[in-house]
Ligand binder design. Structure first.
Ligand SMILES: *Cc1c(COP(=O)(O)O)cnc(C)c1O
Length: 376
């Protein structure tokens, strides 16, 4: 049974892709084939172009969802005797910390609330206090609540202390600037199915070449060994194990459209307009966003759930879905919230359409009171 309409995904990966991108998946490729390996090579170059990392950095793709690439980066770039500092302001930071634990890497965290930004001064203090810390692992946009962390400032601090920086830039890469010439990092991690608007199924690690060269034998994982993946790819132009061929072809097509659109400024600008229209439209319905404006990344917005007892997320989700939009549940531990993504290939009518769908859905559910009365 097919749905009457294909809904617009307002979720931060998987997200709505263009028809052109989806059509690129309609043929099969052999993994040994030179034409296919040229596509892989082109993606690697274009990814480096986005961060201005040509000559200094290497893009190593990895099969799997984004987390596979995060784990590959940690297990390969952090020596087994390493010590990782994770400033933690949300669910994806907590996942990074968990990866370190599972891999047996020594871990220290700086804990924040989900409504706070990571503070470069705190990182500075932690690094000064503990010389055994070898790496800082930072989430750029914490997709849990939607906070943008101060990557550039943290990178300056980490560089000043001579430690390594590993950045989970999964939900910001391609939309929020990261410039390797100005912002020092050992590794930036991203994936196909976020701001580059490809389908999900592969990630990549942009690693400083001089760092990667020293990582042989660090990984105690066969499949997630980035060093081996890199060396094999340099030697053969092929992926070490079966590549996600259709995803690679579709990401290549998505990146062509990214460049046609005007690259990072255009992509980031479109998402910022979506984000502004979303927050304003929802505010007009009485729905308040969770974060202070200055901390909000233009990627995903967390909203307080309506206070009316007639509200319930599952029913709300179904009502909005009937109207053509897929929302995302909240990821906060303390508060009842829901989230709406600003990223993906949908036109300027997407956000106003979603806001209208939310208004109709609440009405259909009999939700009258959406927020607490304003304090006098
Ligand atoms: C999406 C995302 C990931 C990866 O999640 P997967 O489900 O493994 O794709 C990691 N970090 C952040 C910040 C993300 O937004």
């Amino acid at each position: 049974m097919s749905q009457a309409i294909t809904p617009i995904l307002l979720t931060p990966g998987p997200l709505t892709t263009s028809e052109r991108t989806r059509r690129a998946m309609l043929r099969d490729w052999g993994s040994w084939d030179a034409d296919f390996n040229q596509i892989t090579g082109r993606i690697r170059q274009r990814v480096l172009d986005i961060v201005h990392g040509q000559g200094t950095h290497e893009c190593v793709p990895m099969q799997g969802s984004g987390t596979f690439s995060v784990e590959a980066a940690i297990v390969t770039l952090v020596p087994r005797t390493g010590h990782v500092l994770v400033p933690n302001n949300g669910a994806y930071c907590a996942r990074l910390a968990r990866i370190c634990k599972v891999l047996g890497r020594r871990l220290t965290t700086i804990d924040y609330s989900e409504a706070q930004q990571v503070s470069p001064a705190d990182v500075d203090r932690a690094l000064a206090a503990d010389p055994s810390i070898t790496h800082v692992a930072l989430v750029h946009c914490e997709t849990g609540a939607g906070v943008l962390n101060p990557l550039h400032e943290v990178a300056q601090v980490v560089a000043r202390h001579g430690r390594g920086l590993i950045v989970d830039a999964m939900s910001s890469f391609g939309a929020i600037e990261i410039d390797a010439r100005k912002t020092p990092f050992d590794a930036v991690i991203a994936a196909s199915g976020k701001c580059l608007e490809g389908p999900p199924g592969m990630g990549f690690v942009i690693a400083r070449r001089s760092v990667l060269e020293q990582c042989e034998g660090n990984a105690h994982s066969l499949a997630l060994d980035l060093y081996d993946q890199w060396v094999y790819m340099q030697k053969t132009t092929q992926w070490r194990f079966t590549p996600p061929t259709h995803i690679v072809a579709a990401l290549d097509e998505a990146m062509t459209q990214y460049i046609e659109e005007g690259g990072l400024p255009a992509r980031g600008g479109r998402y910022a307009r979506n984000c502004k229209a979303l927050i304003e439209g929802m505010r007009a319905l009485g729905l308040r966003s969770y974060l202070d404006e200055g901390l909000q990344a233009p990627i995903i917005v967390t909203f307080h759930a309506p206070v009316d007892p007639a509200y319930e997320f599952k029913a709300f989700y179904q009502e909005v879905k009937k109207r053509g939009y897929i929302l995302y549940p909240g990821k906060l531990t303390q508060l009842e919230t829901f989230r709406v993504g600003c990223i993906g290939h949908f036109g300027e009518a997407g956000i106003p359409g979603a806001v209208a769908a939310v208004a109709e859905a609440l009405k259909a559910m009999g939700v009258k009171q959406v927020s607490e009365p304003e304090m006098a």
